[in-house]
Ligand binder design. Structure first.
Ligand SMILES: [Fe+2]
Length: 245
């Protein structure tokens, strides 16, 4: 595993970079030294019942925010029809102890991206307050900061289980001969739950089809808007459903 920044080959993509939906990030042997550490995942590709992130936004109105959903998981397993979020590879670039902050850009330039979501217990309804969402990603050129914490950070969910992050759209990097889809790495943990390692991907990414790791349940739509500066920016929602200990 290299500790050096990945050299971007984005320029070689030519026309691919013309659209934001031409997402993908390849490279740098993400597969070779990765450890599939995630543990909260349910059936691969599971999409039912608000599990697997994204579809569970209807739940969470009456939760205690204290892990009650996870206590249920521990006793009874996931609620029928509720799929816990699928796991995904850790990749070689995780760094522990990222700072707690909601804006992880730290001066990085690129296309603005806001990520929001809710962390639920495995009933897909109980929001989990105090869950730690730890994310890291490549910069606009496809490089990870392996010396500092640029584009790395942790946030805790609020009383409604919600989290928000300000970042940029991850760049492309090669994995062997093909680009990995653009992605944001996640580690989500809660005192009453099993930590989950996963990744967020984006609909319309042309590199999804050839990627060996992406799971359909982890792909979310990007919602475009024009920011105050007149530039295009994006929003994405990624809910997470954890399972209990
Ligand atoms: Fe990655």
């Amino acid at each position: 595993m290299s500790t050096q920044k990945t050299v971007s080959r984005r320029a070689a993509l030519g026309a691919v970079a013309s659209s934001v939906v031409a997402l993908g990030c390849g490279g740098s042997q993400e597969s070779s030294s990765t450890t599939p550490v995630g543990s909260g995942g349910g059936p691969a590709g599971g999409t039912s019942g608000g599990g697997s992130g994204g579809t569970s936004s209807t739940g969470g109105s009456a939760g205690t925010g204290t892990g009650g959903g996870l206590a249920q998981c521990k006793a009874f397993g996931p609620t029928p029809g509720c799929a816990v979020t699928d796991d995904n590879i850790l990749g070689p670039f995780y760094k522990a102890d990222a700072p707690f902050r909601s804006d992880i850009t730290e001066g990085s330039t690129g296309t603005a991206l806001r990520i929001q979501g809710t962390v639920y217990g495995c009933d897909c309804q109980t929001p989990l307050a105090g869950a730690v969402v730890d994310i890291w990603q490549a910069d606009d050129s496809g490089a990870y900061d392996n010396t500092g914490f640029v584009l790395r950070g942790r946030v805790k969910t609020d009383d409604q289980g919600r989290y928000e992050l300000t970042t940029i759209l991850p760049g492309l990097y090669l994995n062997g001969s093909t680009y990995r889809p653009r992605h944001v790495h996640y580690k989500v943990s809660h005192a009453d739950g099993v930590a989950l390692t996963t990744q967020l991907y984006f609909e319309g990414d042309p590199w999804i089809a050839s990627d060996a790791f992406v799971k359909a349940s982890l792909v979310r739509p990007l919602v475009a808007s024009i920011g105050a500066t007149g530039k295009k920016e994006y929003d994405v929602t990624f809910d997470v459903v954890l399972t209990g200990v």
